[in-house]
Design a protein around this ligand. Structure first.
Ligand code: BGC
Length: 269
């Protein structure tokens, strides 16, 4: 799937809605890009292009809300919108801010985005939680009827915990201290790059983290996502966990798909 970068002409107009269609619109706000798309909620697939605009710098609430509004306008979507943030989100309010401007903390994101989108219904949730509900519903966790833990490896480590498809939001396991260090300071993919670790060396750190999680949660499956999951065959075989580990399958659309789903089901806040 190609990205349409800031181009009206490149994004498809919304195809006509048919009776019985379940469609939603999701937007994934990240530290470097804001990505949105129209989602077929029956299949979890994107309809048309993924639209991407670089995250404004500084990534203040007002600037990001304007970017979100631009993506929705480019797509010509008039319905509810689900939006992720790299933050803890409770009752629509951002409570932390990772890789995004610190002025998000305490911002009523749901009210802000709703106002920027003409007062329509919006749902706001943590980015990893969105990826987790998408993978659990449509992707790597879809046949697992139990506890699924999704972890996203990027600049930090995001986490989502689902039990029989029900999300426990805002778990923030990337910040769990493991042998004197936060998990994401030990085993994010940014750490692999910064320390120039081989896949095998990095997998050793990931194992330390996953082994702690499995000792506390006893999941049936770990799903590992983030860009580095595209090279999963290079590091999953080196992991030493008791729990099976599989790569996420929705890749760079998981956040968008989960956000769209949350707007439909009000999983977000
Ligand atoms: C944040 C989480 C976020 C994760 C991935 C962590 O540093 O605390 O809220 O889900 O990064 O972006």
């Amino acid at each position: 799937m190609t990205d349409a970068v800031v181009g009206l002409e490149e994004s498809e107009a919304v195809p006509a809605l048919r009776v019985g269609d379940r469609r939603g619109f999701g937007i994934d706000v990240g530290g470097s890009g804001v990505k949105g798309g129209l989602v077929d909620l029956e299949t979890g697939l994107l309809i048309g292009d993924r639209i991407k605009i670089l995250t404004p710098q500084p990534s203040t609430p007002d600037a990001v809300a304007a970017t979100v509004a631009e993506i929705v306008a480019q797509a010509g979507w008039n319905g509810p919108v689900g939006i992720t943030l790299p933050a803890v989100v409770t009752a629509g309010v951002a409570r932390t801010a990772a890789n995004i401007d610190k002025s998000w903390i305490g911002t009523d994101a749901r009210a802000l985005f709703s106002a920027a989108l003409g007062g329509r219904a919006v749902s706001v949730l943590n980015d990893a939680d969105a990826a987790g509900i998408a993978e659990d519903r449509y992707g790597a966790g879809k046949d697992v009827d139990g506890v699924v833990v999704l972890l996203t490896f990027g600049t930090g480590i995001g986490s989502a915990v689902l039990n029989h498809g029900v999300l426990l939001p805002n778990t923030e396991f990337g910040h769990m201290e493991i042998d004197g260090k936060e998990a994401e300071h030990r085993a994010s993919s940014a750490v692999k790059e910064r320390k120039d670790l081989s896949y095998k060396e990095w997998a050793h750190e990931v194992s330390r983290v996953l082994e702690r999680y499995e000792a506390l949660l006893w999941p049936d499956l770990f799903v590992v996502g983030g860009g580095i999951s595209r090279k999963a065959e290079k590091w999953i075989p080196h992991l030493s966990t008791r729990t099976p580990v599989v790569a996420a399958t929705l890749q760079n659309t998981a956040g968008i798909v989960g956000a769209a789903l949350s707007a439909e089901t009000s999983i977000g806040t």
